[in-house]
Design a protein around this ligand. Sequence first.
Ligand SMILES: Nc1ncnc2c1ncn2[C@@H]1O[C@H](COP(=O)(O)OP(=O)(O)OP(=O)(O)O)[C@@H](O)[C@H]1O
Ligand SMILES: [Mg+2]
Length: 152
Amino acid sequence: MAGLAGGLTLDEAGLAALAGRLAAVIRAGDVIALSGELGAGKTTLARGLLAALGHGGEVPSPTFTLVQTYPDLAPPVAHVDLYRLEHPAEVEALGLDDWLEGGGALLVEWPERLGAACWPGRLWLRIEGAGGPTRRLTWDVPPAWEGRWPPA
Ligand SMILES: Nc1ncnc2c1ncn2[C@@H]1O[C@H](COP(=O)(O)OP(=O)(O)OP(=O)(O)O)[C@@H](O)[C@H]1O
Ligand SMILES: [Mg+2]
């Protein structure tokens, strides 16, 4: 995989702070893939990012709805959880490409469900270490994110 590799070890407050740094650089049309096992902290990171963008309400896990949108943010964000996706082709029915073309950004939990159909320009964040107090966060940075990630 091309791009800068790197990583950080973070407690929950550190993960929230990192989500804030992500909020400072996210742009229209961005896709952020949040990879990691059950309970890794993908939704926790998404909550931190949405809060840093100014969302003040609840952030329900979209495990059953698959997509939860936050249209009033800048950029508008769709929080997606593909855990229950049975086949990559099912993603087309979710209208995510239209969301991106309309100036939205995507946060995608369980991006592995898409296989090769995952957006090539996505920032790939991986969280490991579910169950303990800290998490190991690693990433793969595509050209579209060079200069924006990793945080200084
Ligand atoms: N350092 C940490 N970073 C993130 N979460 C942490 C950390 N330490 C403890 N936690 C806890 O781990 C849990 C992570 O749950 P979360 O719902 O974010 O996981 P998830 O990756 O979205 O899981 P799922 O695949 O089920 O959607 C939360 O209860 C959170 O409080
Ligand atoms: Mg989750």
